[in-house]
Design a protein. Structure first.
Length: 194
Protein backbone atom coordinates (compact mmCIF):
# COMPACT_ATOMS: atom_id res chain seq x y z
CA UNK A 1 0.00 0.00 0.00
CA UNK A 2 2.81 2.40 0.91
CA UNK A 3 4.61 1.41 -2.30
CA UNK A 4 1.54 2.36 -4.36
CA UNK A 5 1.25 5.72 -2.58
CA UNK A 6 4.93 6.49 -3.23
CA UNK A 7 4.51 5.59 -6.90
CA UNK A 8 1.51 7.90 -7.20
CA UNK A 9 3.40 10.78 -5.55
CA UNK A 10 6.39 10.15 -7.83
CA UNK A 11 4.10 10.10 -10.90
CA UNK A 12 2.43 13.36 -9.87
CA UNK A 13 5.81 14.99 -9.29
CA UNK A 14 7.09 13.74 -12.64
CA UNK A 15 3.99 15.06 -14.42
CA UNK A 16 4.41 18.44 -12.72
CA UNK A 17 8.06 18.66 -13.76
CA UNK A 18 7.16 17.55 -17.28
CA UNK A 19 4.46 20.24 -17.56
CA UNK A 20 6.92 22.93 -16.47
CA UNK A 21 9.62 21.64 -18.82
CA UNK A 22 7.21 21.84 -21.74
CA UNK A 23 6.55 25.50 -20.91
CA UNK A 24 3.03 25.14 -19.60
CA UNK A 25 2.23 26.94 -16.34
CA UNK A 26 1.21 24.79 -13.41
CA UNK A 27 -2.58 24.21 -13.29
CA UNK A 28 -3.03 25.22 -16.94
CA UNK A 29 -3.63 23.21 -20.10
CA UNK A 30 -1.48 23.98 -23.12
CA UNK A 31 -1.78 22.97 -26.76
CA UNK A 32 1.16 23.99 -28.89
CA UNK A 33 -0.61 22.71 -32.02
CA UNK A 34 -3.61 24.99 -31.34
CA UNK A 35 -1.43 27.83 -29.95
CA UNK A 36 -3.73 27.83 -26.93
CA UNK A 37 -3.33 28.02 -23.16
CA UNK A 38 -6.33 27.50 -20.85
CA UNK A 39 -6.24 28.27 -17.14
CA UNK A 40 -9.93 27.79 -16.39
CA UNK A 41 -11.38 27.70 -12.86
CA UNK A 42 -8.04 27.02 -11.17
CA UNK A 43 -8.43 29.54 -8.32
CA UNK A 44 -5.52 31.62 -9.68
CA UNK A 45 -4.93 34.96 -7.96
CA UNK A 46 -2.70 36.40 -10.70
CA UNK A 47 -1.87 35.81 -14.34
CA UNK A 48 0.45 32.78 -14.26
CA UNK A 49 4.08 33.16 -15.27
CA UNK A 50 5.70 30.87 -17.81
CA UNK A 51 3.03 31.13 -20.50
CA UNK A 52 4.68 29.82 -23.69
CA UNK A 53 5.66 32.30 -26.40
CA UNK A 54 3.72 30.33 -29.03
CA UNK A 55 0.43 31.28 -27.31
CA UNK A 56 -2.10 33.05 -29.52
CA UNK A 57 -5.25 32.18 -27.58
CA UNK A 58 -5.12 32.70 -23.82
CA UNK A 59 -8.09 31.85 -21.60
CA UNK A 60 -7.69 32.70 -17.90
CA UNK A 61 -11.33 32.51 -16.85
CA UNK A 62 -13.23 31.70 -13.68
CA UNK A 63 -10.37 32.54 -11.33
CA UNK A 64 -9.73 34.97 -8.46
CA UNK A 65 -7.58 37.54 -10.29
CA UNK A 66 -8.30 41.06 -9.00
CA UNK A 67 -5.71 43.26 -10.71
CA UNK A 68 -3.91 43.28 -14.04
CA UNK A 69 -1.14 45.56 -15.25
CA UNK A 70 1.55 45.76 -17.95
CA UNK A 71 3.71 43.18 -16.17
CA UNK A 72 0.88 40.62 -16.40
CA UNK A 73 1.44 39.94 -20.09
CA UNK A 74 5.17 40.55 -20.66
CA UNK A 75 6.64 38.61 -23.56
CA UNK A 76 3.25 37.51 -24.90
CA UNK A 77 3.23 39.59 -28.06
CA UNK A 78 1.70 36.80 -30.22
CA UNK A 79 -1.63 36.74 -28.35
CA UNK A 80 -4.60 37.50 -30.60
CA UNK A 81 -7.42 36.38 -28.27
CA UNK A 82 -7.37 37.08 -24.53
CA UNK A 83 -10.24 36.08 -22.26
CA UNK A 84 -10.15 37.17 -18.63
CA UNK A 85 -13.88 36.72 -18.03
CA UNK A 86 -15.39 35.63 -14.72
CA UNK A 87 -12.54 36.77 -12.53
CA UNK A 88 -12.63 39.43 -9.81
CA UNK A 89 -10.72 42.08 -11.69
CA UNK A 90 -11.36 45.47 -10.10
CA UNK A 91 -8.51 47.46 -11.63
CA UNK A 92 -6.99 47.65 -15.10
CA UNK A 93 -3.80 49.71 -15.04
CA UNK A 94 -2.57 52.07 -17.75
CA UNK A 95 -0.76 50.34 -20.65
CA UNK A 96 -1.91 46.90 -19.43
CA UNK A 97 -2.29 45.56 -22.96
CA UNK A 98 0.42 47.65 -24.66
CA UNK A 99 2.77 44.68 -25.02
CA UNK A 100 0.15 42.63 -26.86
CA UNK A 101 0.82 43.98 -30.33
CA UNK A 102 -1.29 41.27 -32.06
CA UNK A 103 -4.31 41.47 -29.73
CA UNK A 104 -7.59 41.43 -31.67
CA UNK A 105 -10.17 40.20 -29.14
CA UNK A 106 -10.31 41.07 -25.43
CA UNK A 107 -12.97 39.68 -23.08
CA UNK A 108 -13.25 41.23 -19.62
CA UNK A 109 -16.90 40.27 -19.11
CA UNK A 110 -18.28 39.31 -15.71
CA UNK A 111 -15.64 41.08 -13.64
CA UNK A 112 -15.95 43.85 -11.04
CA UNK A 113 -14.18 46.71 -12.81
CA UNK A 114 -14.16 49.81 -10.62
CA UNK A 115 -11.00 51.46 -11.99
CA UNK A 116 -9.95 51.50 -15.62
CA UNK A 117 -6.95 53.76 -15.99
CA UNK A 118 -6.50 55.98 -19.04
CA UNK A 119 -4.73 54.24 -21.88
CA UNK A 120 -5.53 50.81 -20.41
CA UNK A 121 -6.67 49.54 -23.79
CA UNK A 122 -3.85 51.06 -25.84
CA UNK A 123 -2.59 48.39 -28.21
CA UNK A 124 0.27 49.20 -30.63
CA UNK A 125 -0.77 49.07 -34.26
CA UNK A 126 -4.45 49.44 -33.32
CA UNK A 127 -5.14 45.71 -33.75
CA UNK A 128 -7.90 45.44 -31.11
CA UNK A 129 -11.22 44.76 -32.86
CA UNK A 130 -13.45 43.28 -30.16
CA UNK A 131 -13.81 44.42 -26.56
CA UNK A 132 -16.31 42.70 -24.25
CA UNK A 133 -17.22 44.52 -21.02
CA UNK A 134 -20.59 42.82 -20.46
CA UNK A 135 -21.49 42.57 -16.76
CA UNK A 136 -18.04 43.93 -15.92
CA UNK A 137 -18.47 47.50 -14.70
CA UNK A 138 -18.83 47.22 -10.93
CA UNK A 139 -19.00 50.86 -9.89
CA UNK A 140 -20.83 52.15 -12.94
CA UNK A 141 -22.21 55.21 -11.15
CA UNK A 142 -18.73 56.73 -10.86
CA UNK A 143 -17.50 55.32 -14.14
CA UNK A 144 -17.66 58.30 -16.47
CA UNK A 145 -15.60 57.54 -19.53
CA UNK A 146 -13.34 55.10 -21.22
CA UNK A 147 -10.90 55.91 -23.97
CA UNK A 148 -10.20 53.27 -26.56
CA UNK A 149 -7.99 54.32 -29.41
CA UNK A 150 -7.84 51.45 -31.88
CA UNK A 151 -9.09 52.77 -35.20
CA UNK A 152 -10.22 49.31 -36.34
CA UNK A 153 -12.39 48.45 -33.34
CA UNK A 154 -15.40 46.60 -34.73
CA UNK A 155 -17.43 45.78 -31.64
CA UNK A 156 -17.77 46.67 -28.00
CA UNK A 157 -20.16 44.53 -25.95
CA UNK A 158 -21.90 46.11 -22.96
CA UNK A 159 -24.76 43.76 -22.12
CA UNK A 160 -25.77 44.59 -18.56
CA UNK A 161 -22.66 46.72 -18.11
CA UNK A 162 -24.73 49.52 -16.59
CA UNK A 163 -27.53 47.65 -14.75
CA UNK A 164 -29.07 50.71 -13.07
CA UNK A 165 -28.77 53.01 -16.05
CA UNK A 166 -31.72 53.65 -18.34
CA UNK A 167 -29.59 54.66 -21.27
CA UNK A 168 -26.08 54.60 -22.61
CA UNK A 169 -24.40 57.04 -24.93
CA UNK A 170 -21.60 55.98 -27.23
CA UNK A 171 -19.89 58.80 -29.03
CA UNK A 172 -17.08 58.76 -31.57
CA UNK A 173 -14.68 61.57 -32.17
CA UNK A 174 -11.60 61.62 -34.34
CA UNK A 175 -8.75 63.35 -32.53
CA UNK A 176 -5.16 63.47 -33.73
CA UNK A 177 -5.63 60.64 -36.22
CA UNK A 178 -7.01 58.26 -33.60
CA UNK A 179 -10.56 57.13 -32.90
CA UNK A 180 -11.78 57.47 -29.35
CA UNK A 181 -14.87 55.75 -28.07
CA UNK A 182 -16.29 57.40 -24.98
CA UNK A 183 -18.90 55.71 -22.87
CA UNK A 184 -20.94 57.55 -20.30
CA UNK A 185 -24.37 57.47 -18.76
CA UNK A 186 -26.59 59.84 -20.70
CA UNK A 187 -27.79 61.59 -17.55
CA UNK A 188 -24.21 62.41 -16.57
CA UNK A 189 -23.50 63.81 -20.03
CA UNK A 190 -26.64 65.94 -19.84
CA UNK A 191 -25.74 67.21 -16.35
CA UNK A 192 -22.28 68.27 -17.51
CA UNK A 193 -23.74 70.17 -20.46
CA UNK A 194 -26.19 72.18 -18.35
Amino acid sequence: MLDLALRMVFCALLCSISARASGCPLRCECSEAAHTVKCVSKDLRSVPSGIPGYTRNLFITGNQISRIGPESFKGLDNITTLSLSNNRITKVESQTFSGLRSLRSLDLSSNQLAVINPEAFTVPGHTLRELNLSRALYNHSSFMNLAVNPSRLVSIAFQKAFPKSNSLSIQRAVLAWETYVCIAKASEIHNKQT
